[in-house]
Design a protein around this ligand. Sequence first.
Ligand code: SAM
Length: 249
Amino acid sequence: MTGEQRTTHFGYQTVDEDAKAGMVHGVFSRVASKYDIMNDLMSVGIHRLWKDAMMDWLAPRPGQRLLDVAGGTGDVAFRFLKRAPGATAMVCDMTESMLIEGQKRAEAEDMADRLSWQVGDAMELPFESNSFDVYTISFGIRNVTRVQDALAEAYRVLKPGGRLMVLEFSQLPNAAMQKAYDLYSFNVIPVMGQVVANDRDSYQYLVESIRKFPDQETFASMIRTAGFGLVKYRNLSMGIAALHSGWKI
Ligand SMILES: C[S@@+](CC[C@H](N)C(=O)[O-])C[C@H]1O[C@@H](n2cnc3c(N)ncnc32)[C@H](O)[C@@H]1O
């Protein structure tokens, strides 16, 4: 042991590993009340199509038990439950104010009895091993300090035969398209964050964190390293986002 502090990235900043979770928590605590509307504005509603594509591939089945990690306001869990009668969902997130927004939605949509909400960290899930049929994480994993640890936890809590599905921003296939996308994201999104949520910095972090996340193939190999089999991915909107699927077999 050298006692040396390990570092990681927070967007484009290099920060101590121990500091990152608190900074991410700060971002999502600040944006929680505007999170859903900002998602629609930033993606011009396209995040809804991506989440529907996630459900199409996942094909939720009646009675399944879902764990939606970094589940925030519950968007993915709601979609899952609407497609699977008798299924139940646990939404776990480290930011309580995001879960509180989700609970309000659950009441409004009359789905509260099929949902549970738990504050917790993706890298150290407060659940027993082998206890869920499906694990989802949508636009959450790039915020996690040690992504490989979160994948190991996903593997641990899934039942044998259980399935992981990750929805995350990804990388476009060529430099020209990436440049056009960067122009939009770096110039428009922080300004939108300032105008709508009065918080430019949080949305600057968001676009930087997207660029720091590994490409499709690298992330697929991280999922295999965690023990998952039959790992596959599908690009969404040419790779602006991607779905990764794996099975605990
Ligand atoms: C961009 S939001 C995604 C919310 C939701 N899954 C969706 O797709 O709309 C990211 C969420 O990840 C949560 N988060 C970040 N790091 C986390 C961690 N280590 N453990 C659990 N949740 C985390 C944040 O609190 C935030 O609610």
